[in-house]
Structure formats: structure tokens, C-alpha cells
Design a protein around this ligand. Structure first.
Ligand code: NAD
Ligand code: GLY
Length: 374
């Protein structure tokens, strides 16, 4: 289903992909207007008890539309948390547990995550841990959550010493992507989501990368004939990788292109100052530069990576004041590292990523020192 350059598909209709994980397989429904239509949600509820968890920004936009569509026989509660990455803590998960216990929810309850990746990750972890695991459904409302975080079952929260350090693999029962929700997304958040879309092209699909290069202005204008196939292709690549390697023993680590550098930027700046996708964008350019220094990418390839990130309005420089030593100390905390070796996701070619743990330290040091600063 690689989007073609010549034939723009029509995207008024709903499409469904599948994450193939045996008896834990689940659908990803993608299309406009899904949110208020209960037919997509109902088959995946474990019982009558439903807790919708969202935040103060998303609730006024979409909570009523979601609740209105649900039949009266359900017992529906809603919990509205504060907005922001700083909320992605165990204390917020405790608030979800408290709300579930206060409402007398049993093991046949269903949690619904309505929001971006912060809500999705936290609600997923609350579902994984409440009464040793209950059902949950993802309704992602940011582009980043629609193409990445809602699919694949990585759930969790941040710890003051590291991002996403506490969590579990816990798959949702379904992912419902209502593309209409992107209309209210601020442009900076849209760009952050585009970073993850570009990531799929870079790691696994050079034809998709070329397709994206041609459509970046249309994507930024939210043109449906560009946006919907971009979401579909991203979800399809993610579903394929997750089905191959659910718990990141191998190929799933490739989804972390740019993340080792990016997580260091986020942690150094304080969570929430740089958006996750912005940090990943700058990190992918750093990974491309390093891949060039290793002799894998041509200078022209790096220029293409820089150009598509720029077209998506993503940062092309690291934060001012973040030195080589800051990067290195934070990068050493990365979950991918084994036996104290720094494992980086790099590019052998555009569309072909690899895991690499033999970067000469002086080469990495030189990159970190010379990469542009804001
Ligand atoms: P986010 O959840 O903070 O959402 C970004 C902002 O957009 C928030 O202010 C939110 O309230 C607002 N928002 C959400 N939907 C909106 C809408 N439709 N209209 C207007 N505003 C809306 O951030 P994010 O970028 O969605 O997710 C980032 C998080 O996802 C990070 O914590 C990151 O670690 C995590 N993540 C997880 C995975 C995974 O596999 N689990 C993958 C990538 C990222
Ligand atoms: N976003 C990385 C992963 O799901 O593995």
C-alpha cells in the first residue's frame, strides 16, 4: 500500500489495518468522524464499565462528542487530567487508579485514552497495572499519537531520572484514529507528528520518503489526500514492525531513529520545552550526519534529510548551551544500551536503518561538538 506519486487515492472512506499479535491482535481504524460513532468502539469494550481519561485541552474539544455516542446502558465516567509532558508521572497514574477504585470498577472495565501520546502512554500503563491488567482503547488526537504512540503497546511514565523509564508492554484492544481531530492541532504539534512520519520513510521505505518530500506542503495544510495515506502508511509500517518484534528484541529498536539524541535534548531542556517530535527531528539529522561520517550516507542524502525536516518546520540545530558532555551523559541512560555500549540507530541508506554499537567515540564526540546550535 505504498502511496503512489501519480494516483492520489480518495480518502473519504474509513480504512482498517491490523496489528497481528495472535489472540491479542487488534484493528486500527482510520478515517473522518470516527469519534462520535460508537460502532467502532463497542465491539472492543470488555464490559459495561468505561473510564475515559483525557486532559484539560482535549476534553472541551472532543469529550462530549465521544460520550454522546455511547449507549445509555454503559456506565461511563470521565477523568480530566492537567495537560503536558510534566503530567506523565506515576502520580497521574495513581489518580487514574484512584478514580477507578472510587467508581468501583472491576476487571471487566475498559479505559479509553482520548488525547495525545502523553495521555495514551499513561492510560495504557494504568490499564496494564489496574487489577493486574484491564482492557484499554486508544483514541489518539495528535498526529504523533496517531502514527506512532497509540500503536504497539508501549505504555509508561517518566521518572525524574529518565524519560519513559517506568512502564510495560500492554496492547490496546483497538486504535480509533479520527482524522478530523487534527483540524484543531496547533501547527507546532503537527510538525512534531510529521517528524515521526518522516522517520518511517527514513528507516524502512525510501519510496514513502520520496512521496512525503513531494507532499510536505499539502501535509502541513492538512489536505486529506496527503494526510490520510501518510497516516495509513505510517501505521502500516509500525504494525508490521510490532508484529515482528513486539518487545523490542531487535527490529523494533529501529523505530528509535533520532531518539537517543532526542531524548537527551528533551531531558536536558526539561520535559515539555522541546516537543518530543522536535527533539526526534533534530536527532534524526544528527543520526544522518553520523551515518555520513561513517561512510554510509552521501552528502546529498544528508541534504535531503535536512530539507524534508526543514519543509516540516522542524529544528535543524541542537539547543544552545547543550554541550558534548551533556549529550554523552544523557545518552548513556538510553534503554537501548547494553553492557555500557552506546547503541545508536543509524542509516546505511535512506530507507534502511540499522542498530550500531561501534561508533568510534572520537567521531561521535566530533559530531556532538560541531553540530549547529540554536
Ligand atoms: P501530547 O500528548 O502532550 O499532545 C500535544 C499537545 O496537543 C498537548 O497540549 C495536547 O493537550 C494537545 N492536543 C492533543 N490533541 C489535540 C487536538 N486534537 N487539538 C488540539 N490540541 C490537542 O504530545 P504528543 O506529541 O501527542 O505525544 C508525546 C508523548 O508520546 C511523549 O510523552 C512521548 O514519550 C510519547 N511517545 C510514546 C510512544 C509509544 O510508542 N508509546 C511513541 C512516541 C512518543
Ligand atoms: N515509538 C517507538 C516504539 O513504539 O517502539
Amino acid at each position: 500500500m505504498t502511496p503512489s506519486h501519480d494516483v492520489p487515492p480518495s480518502h473519504d472512506a474509513l480504512s482498517t489495518l491490523r496489528v497481528a499479535l495472535g489472540e491479542r491482535s487488534y484493528p486500527i481504524h482510520i478515517g473522518p468522524g470516527l469519534l462520535g460513532d460508537p460502532q467502532w468502539l463497542m465491539p472492543h469494550l470488555a464490559g459495561r464499565q468505561v473510564m475515559v481519561v483525557t486532559n484539560e485541552t482535549v476534553a472541551p474539544l472532543y469529550l462530549d462528542a465521544l460520550k454522546r455516542g455511547l449507549p445509555d446502558e454503559l456506565e461511563v465516567h470521565a477523568l480530566v487530567l492537567p495537560d503536558g509532558e510534566a503530567t506523565k508521572t506515576l502520580a497521574s497514574v495513581e489518580r487514574i487508579w484512584d478514580a477507578l477504585l472510587a467508581a468501583g470498577f472491576n476487571r471487566r472495565c475498559t479505559l479509553i485514552a482520548l488525547g495525545g501520546g502523553v495521555i495514551g502512554d499513561m492510560v495504557g500503563y494504568a490499564a496494564a497495572s489496574y487489577q493486574r491488567g484491564v482492557a484499554f482503547i486508544q483514541i489518539p488526537t495528535t498526529l504523533l499519537a496517531q502514527v506512532d504512540s497509540s500503536v504497539g503497546g508501549k505504555t509508561g511514565v517518566n521518572h525524574p531520572r529518565g524519560k519513559n523509564m517506568i512502564g510495560a508492554f500492554w496492547q490496546p484492544r483497538a486504535v480509533l484514529i479520527d482524522t478530523d481531530t487534527l483540524a484543531s492541532l496547533p501547527p507546532r504539534e503537527l510538525s512534531a507528528g510529521l517528524a515521526e512520519v518522516i522517520k518511517y520513510g527514513l528507516i524502512r521505505d525510501d519510496a514513502f520518503l520520496s512521496w512525503l518530500e513531494a507532499r510536505m506542503p499539502a501535509l502541513r495544510r492538512l489536505e486529506v489526500d496527503a494526510l490520510t495515506p501518510a497516516i495509513e502508511r505510517s501505521c502500516s509500517l509500525k504494525a508490521e514492525i510490532v508484529a515482528e518484534d513486539e518487545t523490542e528484541q531487535g527490529v523494533r529498536a529501529l523505530l528509535n531513529l533520532g531518539h537517543t539524541f532526542g531524548h537527551a535534548i528533551e531531558a536536558h531542556q526539561g520535559y515539555g520545552h522541546w516537543l518530543h517530535g522536535e527533539a526526534v527531528g533534530a536527532g534524526m539529522l544528527m543520526a544522518a550526519e553520523l551515518s555520513h561520517r561513517l561512510g554510509w550516507l552521501e552528502e546529498d542524502d544528508v541534504t535531503r534529510v535536512r530539507a524534508i525536516l526543514e519543509a516540516a518546520s522542524l529544528p535543524l540545530a541542537a539547543p544552545a548551551g547543550m554541550g558534548e558532555a551533556d549529550f554523552l551523559s544523557l545518552m548513556r541512560l538510553d534503554k537501548k544500551n547494553l553492557d555500557e555500549r552506546l547503541r545508536l540507530i543509524l542509516l546505511r541508506r535512506l530507507g534502511d536503518a540499522c542498530i550500531h554499537d561501534e561508533t568510534p567515540p572520537e567521531m561521535l564526540g566530533e559530531l556532538l561538538e560541531n553540530f549547529p546550535r540554536q
